[in-house]
Design a binder for this molecule. Structure first.
Ligand SMILES: [Zn+2]
Length: 94
């Protein structure tokens, strides 16, 4: 399978995304562009094509108590620009 040239993103990586770096397909219009900080649970690069510009990312809000509390399904699911993920990983851990 051909996947985008994405670095491995370990679970727990914190991605700080500005409003241009992410979107959710269910939200046709976003009246209120805002930054999102997500603690990565998984970057779903496996279903993406080589030319994909964005991939699904699931994770948790920074305010979420995961993983110290009982594990639960990711509370955040959104599309993130591949470029933003590369940038975050290149910058290294915060
Ligand atoms: Zn959570």
């Amino acid at each position: 399978m051909i996947t985008p040239d994405l670095p491995y993103v370990p679970p727990g990586t914190v991605l700080t995304l500005n409003s241009a770096d992410w979107y959710h397909p269910d939200e046709a219009t976003r009246d209120d562009p805002h930054d999102v900080v997500v603690v990565v649970e998984k970057v779903h690069s496996d279903g993406a094509t080589a030319t994909a510009v964005s991939v699904w990312v699931t994770g948790h809000a920074i305010s979420c108590t995961w993983p110290t509390s009982e594990s639960h399904p990711p509370c955040i699911e959104l599309r993130v620009r591949v470029e933003a993920i590369r940038r975050a990983v290149a910058a290294g851990p915060v």
